[in-house]
Design a protein around this ligand. Structure first.
Ligand code: GLY
Length: 293
């Protein structure tokens, strides 16, 4: 198996007038390059953790530092990870002031209770001395002052290593200016899921992703013998018909990589299939994925 990797930087691409599309693209290319070497050396789970940590540290993306603020002015972040070998979903929901929510999600995979939320999640991270960070970035404070409601955001990675282990991970700061405590899809099986056949990470409007049980449904269909391409296309068809802003990246055990974008949804993604990095921007309403520089 040639190790492969796909990474997305969210569906709400140009989220802030302070940044350009080119900056997002450059950041994704850098992240995928470094993450691919981790994939070769340490396997898919470590690669997903490494890559998501990079994006959580980058204020361009709506995850970790640079997450959007909820209505009450607090940042609450969510992240999840799952791989095809352990088959354990673990995640954190609405955790505060940690540098890497994805790392907290990772440690929970070894615990009896694999998903923690709110204060319990934050206290768990403190007890484990996980790195503290105030995620408040200046452009997000400005957005909050202007009551900007985001559409989406989120970062995610799906990777397969040479042993065939598939891992999916997702991290988000939510949609922005939401009711405090609103739960995003990212740390649910609708937003992140992996089994021996394929892995999926979603971006877009969390409520729609949960209603369609996107990631778990695609994986279940592929387990039942449907091709990944058909499973993704079916989901995308429904999303467009119902006008749902859903985006997803996916990868199967044969190394096929599929990206889906629902109604009026742009997804910027980069993929590495062993030889080179390709960056694309999906276009709303159609199936065209425009290659970037
Ligand atoms: N997909 C991210 C969110 O809705 O919070």
């Amino acid at each position: 198996m040639v190790p492969r990797l796909i990474i997305h930087g969210g569906a709400g691409l140009i989220e802030s007038p302070d940044f350009t599309e080119r900056q997002y693209e450059k950041a994704l290319r850098k992240a995928i390059k470094e993450t691919y070497s981790v994939l070769l050396q340490k396997g898919s789970r470590q690669a997903v953790l490494y890559g998501i940590r990079l994006l959580e540290d980058d204020p361009l993306f709506n995850a970790g530092y640079g997450s959007r603020l909820q209505k009450d002015g607090r940042v609450r972040m969510s992240a999840a990870i799952m791989d095809s070998v352990s088959q354990k979903f673990s995640g954190v929901i609405n955790i505060c002031n940690v540098r890497h929510p994805i790392d907290v999600a990772d440690t929970l995979s070894k615990r009896r209770h694999a998903v923690l939320a709110g204060r319990g999640a934050t206290e768990y991270a403190r007890r484990r001395k996980m790195e503290y960070c105030s995620p408040l970035a200046p452009h997000r404070l400005k957005e909050h002052a202007e009551k900007v409601k985001g559409e989406s955001g989120t970062v995610g990675i799906v990777a397969v290593d040479h042993k065939g282990c598939i891992c999916a991970g997702t991290s988000t700061g939510g949609v922005g200016y939401e009711t405090p405590g609103r739960v995003s899809d990212s740390a649910t099986v609708a937003g992140t899921y992996a089994s021996r056949v394929c892995g999926v990470s979603c971006t877009g409007q969390g409520e729609s992703i949960v209603n369609q049980a996107v990631a778990a449904k695609i994986v279940a269909r592929v387990e039942d013998g449907v091709s990944l391409a058909s499973a993704v296309q079916r989901l995308v068809g429904i999303a467009r018909q119902k006008k749902l802003r859903i985006g997803l990246i996916s990868l199967d055990c044969y190394g096929n990589i599929l990206v889906g974008n629902g109604y009026n949804t742009k997804v910027l993604y980069a993929k590495h299939e062993g030889t080179k990095i390709d960056t694309f921007l999906t276009q709303p309403h159609d199936h065209e994925h425009v290659p970037r520089h």
